[in-house]
Design a protein around this ligand. Structure first.
Ligand SMILES: [Zn+2]
Length: 411
């Protein structure tokens, strides 16, 4: 790949370890750079990205000579992503977009905009370990020096050949109707409730909160749905982007922040977004806690933490080992600028019930048909039975109640 970069004196003095991969991506796109910005050599960015990829491949167990071809492919494709840019955003259209004013309608709106390609390739993990990396990087506690890779406890009983990602993962083509059925009705709480909370957060923020960066009200827009990763919310004034992530508890939010190494979505989508923005435009990660807590005013809320994204590096995942793809699929690791970490707002817990199952069923039947829904339900009856067993304690119809027990007892 050719990169036309002007190197400045300051740039060559910057330690490669401190390079902000993301902020420097512009240099490959030809966006004019003002003299106040520090120029960094593209080679250093590539080096950091490639180093990270090699680590990531080794953590996945792709360490032998057999994997060298894959290693080359992964690095080649990743370098290409570094300079790819996405379609520009139609700001006028975005400004005119309406978003529902109550949580139920917001959830329905988000589901109606959720889409996937006609056929989706899904992976199966023969080890039934959710595609997790078997190894982790070990560092000397005293010196912080890298000490090689260690095998995680849950993988200890597995043979080396079973660990080989080419043996471990198999790929299937899944239809759109099956993929969305799985996502909306069968996914674990983390991902299914994630869609709902994104809707709830957007519904509240668009009406009540100002942009975290420019402090202007009524300028936030929901931009989620398919094909818009990394920018669930956008500011139509300063063009700041917000990626929403939900975590089960505040404790989990704190752990993510302590390690400052958060698993993120598509790396190529990140590059495309970053390369089509000006350097001054802010990119934020928003962390929402699903479990309510009481704030200082003794009101039940879900705290929303925010920080600027400092760096995004690529990582391989199960899908990266699907050799039928023309380009290697890569996910990401996000680190935040901890100096910018703060509470954005408290999402109030209102006495509103969200009828997730009913809404999803309605949207699904509208999208496909009554028959498709019934067919899927029969096809997945075993999985559904298992899920039901696990959730016996939960109420049958209402999947998620956003009601404070205090408020309800007062009424
Ligand atoms: Zn703004």
């Amino acid at each position: 790949m050719e990169c036309h970069i002007n190197l400045s004196q300051e740039g060559s003095e910057v330690s490669p370890l401190r390079i902000d991969v993301i902020q420097t991506l512009h240099y490959s796109t030809g966006v004019p750079v003002t003299s106040t910005l520090m120029l960094l050599p593209m080679q250093s960015i590539e080096k950091e990205v490639c180093d990270e990829l090699v680590h990531s491949l080794l953590e996945m167990g792709a360490s032998s000579d057999v994997h060298s071809k894959l290693r080359q492919r992964v690095i080649r494709d990743c370098k290409a992503y570094l300079s790819s840019s996405g379609d520009p955003i139609d700001w006028q259209a975005l400004k005119a977009l309406k978003f529902p004013k109550n949580y139920n309608d917001a959830y329905e709106h988000v589901l109606r905009n959720d889409d996937v390609p006609d056929t989706v390739t899904t992976y199966k993990d023969k080890l039934k370990l959710d595609g997790y990396e078997p190894f982790y990087r070990n560092f000397d506690r005293r010196t912080g020096v890298f000490n090689g890779y260690k095998l995680k406890a849950e993988f200890k009983a597995v043979s080396p050949s079973q660990l080989d990602p080419f043996n471990r993962f198999t790929f299937d083509r899944t239809s759109k109707e099956e993929t969305l059925f799985d996502d909306w009705f069968l996914a674990d709480d983390d991902s299914r409730d994630g869609i709902m909370y994104e809707a709830v957060l957007a519904c509240h923020a668009l009406q009540a909160e100002s942009c975290h960066n420019c402090k202007v009200k009524n300028v936030l827009r929901w931009n989620g749905g398919s094909g818009s990763s990394w920018q669930d919310l956008l500011c139509t004034m300063c063009e700041a982007t917000y990626e929403i992530k939900t975590k089960a508890t505040m404790e989990k939010v704190e752990t993510a922040l302590r390690y400052n190494n958060i698993k993120g979505g598509s790396f190529s989508a990140w590059c495309e977004m970053k390369n089509s923005k000006h350097r001054s435009q802010k990119t934020y990660l928003v962390l929402l806690t699903r479990e309510p807590t009481f704030n200082r005013q003794n009101k039940q809320v879900r705290p929303v933490t925010i920080a600027e994204i400092e760096k995004v590096l690529p990582r391989v995942h199960a899908g990266s080992f699907n050799t039928e793809r023309t380009c290697v699929s890569l996910k990401s690791r996000v680190s935040l600028n901890m100096n910018t970490k703060t509470k954005w707002f408290d999402l109030p817990v209102k006495g509103e019930t969200i009828y997730m199952k009913e809404i999803a069923e309605k949207v699904y039947k509208d999208r496909f048909s009554e028959e498709t829904f019934t067919r899927m339900w029969d096809l997945k009856s075993e999985v559904i039975a298992k899920l039901r067993k696990r959730k016996q304690k939960r109420k049958n119809q209402v999947m998620m109640v956003l009601m404070s027990s205090r408020e309800s007892s007062r009424e």
